[in-house]
Design a binder for this molecule. Sequence first.
Ligand code: PLP
Length: 389
Amino acid sequence: MHYAKNPSSLEGSATLLYTARAASMKAAGADIISLTAGQPDFKTPRAAIQAAKDAMDQGKTLYTPSMGIAELRQAVAQRWSGVHEQEFSVENTMVSCGAKHSIANMLEVVVSPGDKVLLPKPYWVSYPQMVRRLGGISVYPDSGEMLITGDDIRKAHASGVKGMIFNSPCNPSGLVNTAEMIADVAAAVRETGIWVISDDIYEDLYYGHGRVPHILNADPGLRDQVALITGVSKTYAMTGWRIGFAIANPDWIRIAGRIQAHSTSNPCSISQYAALAVVKGEAEAEREKMYGAFKRRRDLICGLLEKVPGIEFKRPQGAFYVYPRIVTDKPINTEEFCIALLEKGGLGTIPGSAFGNEGYIRLSFAASDDDIAEAVKRLKSFLERGDFK
Ligand SMILES: Cc1ncc(COP(=O)(O)O)c(C=O)c1O
């Protein structure tokens, strides 16, 4: 049997793999604490559930327009016009089956085989595979810094890069480009003319003051070359509903819409009505409660990790991850480290190698206070025992 080259060269998702491994050991009775989760550990807000029930009762269970129901596209345009102080309309928006699907659709419009795409490191695990699927080539800044700079972009452009996927707050580091850093990035984007897919899925989980700094706020004139990706998954604990949004110039959206029309048709009708309720603001009390819990847990886990010898980390400013580096005299194989930590230390984590960094591990604080405290205890004693050396 002959399989096409690009899809058969794709790698599986390491985050899903390690999450599943920890879950199956736990299910088999092992004493495992898992900080692998890439999703909130809260219930979807009542307003979304009710809207979904109403949609079903009212027979809104057939195909919808492939780019999403008009009410939701309109609500997305309105909400993110406010966020970015720009006028977006329905033609600027598309609803897809999760932010991951939105990214895949938008990427497909701009990447031709052989095109180089810049991925700041660490990168979300799916970006390189999405680029590879389209026959594109991922390139990475060589500065080795955790947050990309304007000069990284200029250098990459000089070597032929056409576009970049940008993610701040970042999964896995939880780091955020400050307003000055964003202005520097925006200046380089303007100078080079590259396209940008700004993955803003964690924009509402920002622990600084006000809104998270954004390229479009630094330079509103970039709106035609920047596509925004956002959604309801992380902000409203709705990962399973599979609804994501793209906001971009109408051509980019229209072409992506054709791709979607010939692949999934429309995103799930019922989920769209559930998303509509939260985008319109019917679950803000729950959102604030979840946000408050994440912020408090961020402080909890950072406070505990600060007392663990043998690691160093920067305090996350967004999302729900901490990304410590394991400080050792000899380089370690991070996958082996995480497997040993799971099997001998009873703690599930994700190796930094999945995000382009050897020597780092990702800990999710989308977990209870007790699990966080126990997890840090286990990490500390695992490091003290030196079980990974
Ligand atoms: C950086 C980043 N982008 C996009 C997604 C995908 O979100 P969704 O579940 O809406 O597809 C995730 C989910 O883990 C993520 O971490």
